[in-house]
Design a protein around this ligand. Structure first.
Ligand code: GRF
Length: 213
């Protein structure tokens, strides 16, 4: 899928959005940022990077109801001929319209080694639990919370001196590495899905090439 068009959905800071925009995606490119938060830093980043942005603010009462946000986004993505959707800190569970129309073509990045610590505050919960290794996961999105097939994971150590902030920073560096790589692999057609197992032909014998422990 050379020349694949990617949309990023983000509600906040947008550092993964920026990493996707500025990484080598092998011919694919990010062409759109959609957000449900007009105050998102990601919007400012899109302006700076010259990427089209679309704000669907359920708070304004200007025609976008809370339930209608997802349908409106899905319609825009179809209109723009989007091939792959990357969720990057999009604070909304997908309820239907996006999954119906882009199923198997939506990725998410999560700041833990799934299936441990799905949902919110993953880094804080990992720290509190006392795990010695954490990391991040890129996965396809299904109807569950952080339950879809895993594409790539990267591990980082958890240090005795860590705070939520320091652990989050260490994990984020890995997010910025494996998210663009996952998007590229998807767009190049290098991912084979077998049930919930992702195969990356050509890399199967290589132990953990994507981990940095
Ligand atoms: C990241 O930690 C990501 O793993 C999670 O939300 C955060 C988004 O950060 N899903 P950013 O907006 O990409 O900087």
């Amino acid at each position: 899928m050379s020349g694949a068009r990617i949309a990023v959905l983000a509600s906040g800071r947008g550092s993964n959005f920026e990493a996707l925009c500025t990484s080598d995606l092998g011919g694919a490119e990010v062409v759109l940022l959609a957000t449900d938060n007009p105050g998102a830093e990601a919007v400012v980043k899109a302006e700076r990077l010259g990427i089209e942005k679309a704000v669907f603010d359920p708070g304004t009462g200007h025609g976008v109801s809370r339930a209608g946000v997802e349908s409106s986004i899905a319609a825009l993505l179809e209109d723009r001929g989007i091939d792959l959707v990357c969720l990057a800190g999009f604070m909304r569970i997908l309820r239907g319209p996006l999954l119906d129309r882009f199923g198997g073509r939506i990725l998410n990045i999560h700041p833990s080694l799934l299936p441990s610590f799905p949902g919110l505050d993953a880094q804080a919960r990992a720290l509190e639990y006392g795990v010695k290794i954490s990391g991040c996961t890129v996965h396809y999105v299904d109807a569950g919370t952080d339950t879809g097939p895993i594409v790539l994971q990267a591990a980082v150590p958890v240090l005795g001196t860590d705070t939520v902030e320091s652990l989050s920073r260490r994990i984020l560096r890995e997010e910025h590495r494996i998210y663009p790589l996952s998007a590229r692999l998807h767009c190049e057609g290098s991912i084979l899905l077998d049930g919930r197992t992702v195969h990356l032909p050509g890399t199967e014998g290589i132990p953990g090439p994507f981990a940095s422990l």
